[in-house]
Design a binder for this molecule. Structure first.
Ligand code: AMP
Length: 421
């Protein structure tokens, strides 16, 4: 039997890669314009980084991590998200000594043992951006503005920015208690998971997708009924700065996000083109994460964009697929040698050129040039070689012209194929 990929782990094929590269390139350009620097972090970390950072009572840590013991007996985990690793790197390399504020981004795969479905995979890619060291709500708004600008830059439309606040260490416990008390009167309506969450993490019940749970929380108290004046003030200012940046948002008091480390600002960008897995990006502020992983008290805020979901929203094929600029069709030993020389020279100059390596007939080479959607074909048969002229065919317009093969041939050829018709 043929060996196949693991369920939930996808190949990104050459025909799709143009869109991935476009998204990555745009992310780098936009983020760097906003003053962010790229950081690359390992895919494997000590398990405790995530269990302490993300929180024991979260879906990710409870049931979604790829955790294993290595040959030396260490418990290691394939990263389920990037924020904790970025925070670890920031502390480990004392990046705060260089500047108290760090703006970092990273692009790469994450791993979560979730039930695979459309838009939900076990290995998926995220583009992450984080700002460490600043508590000012201006940063929250600026980061969100960068996210929206990026999503628009890749061509997404009809997005909705949802916003919430989750309170902080002072006020969230009060909300948690209030919510718990309310839901204790509704236990019979809760699913099995939520009954467990009632003790461990009642906030998570707010985003449960089970219908009876949704009904149970319909009139549940909202976080905004409980938050302290500092958190309220912070939230009000985030909203003011978003408005000043010309961004609209929808308040969603049910949005709690899946990770324990979030405090205050939480946000998601959803697209109604996506179906049930409709969140393209999500993020929030996490002012306690650094302490949880053993560092000092450093505020942070960040977001993660799901690459697969984002890419599924881009228009199909077209401009993202790369085709050869030139196919050199040759016939006979001497022509092939000449074709090889031409193609090699063009490659050195970064021009996408192809030739046939199998000694096929001119007709089948032309068919291949067509299939590869080459813009031009250069025909170099024995006859052309004898006459010292190559035949250049524009595959779109079907027009042909001869190019003399002596001095200046390559320059002429390059000029012709670089003109956009
Ligand atoms: P999170 O890290 O859970 O806040 O997710 C941030 C974004 O990553 C989501 O909005 C999704 O676009 C994407 N994402 C999260 N989990 C998955 C998954 N299992 N498969 C594909 N994309 C995902």
């Amino acid at each position: 039997m043929e060996v196949q990929a693991i369920r939930g782990f996808n190949d990104v094929l050459p025909e799709e890669i143009g869109r991935w590269q476009f998204v990555e390139k745009t992310a780098r350009k936009v983020f760097e314009g906003f003053g962010f620097s790229e950081i690359r972090i390992p895919i494997l970390e000590r398990t405790e980084l995530f269990s302490r950072g993300i929180g024991e009572a979260t879906d990710i840590v409870e049931k979604e991590m790829y955790t294993f013991t290595d040959r030396s007996g260490n418990s290691l985990t394939l990263r389920p998200e990037a924020t904790a690793s970025m925070a670890r790197a920031y502390l480990e390399h004392q990046l705060y000594n260089f500047d108290s504020m760090a703006k970092l981004y990273c692009i790469g795969p994450m791993f979560r043992y979730e039930r695979p479905q459309k838009g939900r995979y076990r290995q998926f890619y995220q583009v992450d951006a984080e700002v460490f060291g600043v508590e000012n709500p201006m940063v929250d708004a600026e980061l969100i503005a960068m996210l929206i600008h990026f999503l628009k830059s890749v061509g997404l439309e009809r997005l909705e920015l949802q916003l919430n606040t989750l309170g902080d260490r002072a006020c969230r416990p009060k909300y948690r208690e209030g919510l718990k008390k309310y839901l204790e009167g509704k236990v019979s309506q809760l699913c099995e998971d939520c009954r467990r969450r009632l003790e461990s993490n009642p906030l998570r019940i707010l985003d449960c997708k089970v219908e009876t749970c949704k009904q149970a929380i319909a009139d549940a108290p909202k976080v905004t009924d409980f938050i302290c004046s500092e958190c309220q003030n912070h939230f009000d200012r985030v909203k003011e700065y978003l408005e000043a940046a010309g961004l609209s948002y929808v308040l969603n008091p049910r949005m709690v996000r899946g990770l324990d480390y979030y405090t205050r600002t939480a946000f998601e960008v959803v697209s109604y083109q996506l179906g049930s897995q409709n969140a393209v990006a999500g993020g929030g502020r996490y002012d306690n994460l650094f302490q949880e992983i053993g560092g000092k008290e450093i505020p942070g805020i960040g977001f993660a964009i799901g690459m697969e979901r984002l890419i599924s929203l881009l228009p199909e094929g077209g401009e993202f697929v790369k085709h050869p600029d030139l196919f050199v069709a040759a016939l006979g030993e001497a022509s092939f040698k000449e074709a090889y020389r031409i193609v090699n020279q063009l490659h050195l100059e970064g021009i996408r050129a192809e030739l046939d390596y199998e000694g096929k007939s001119l007709k089948s080479q032309m068919r291949r040039a067509d299939k590869l959607k080459s813009r031009y074909t250069l025909i170099l048969g024995q006859e052309e070689l004898n006459r010292g002229k190559a035949l250049l065919r524009n595959m779109g317009t079907k027009s042909q012209e001869e190019i003399p093969m002596g001095d200046g041939f390559l320059n002429q050829l390059k000029d012709k194929i670089s003109t956009i018709d």
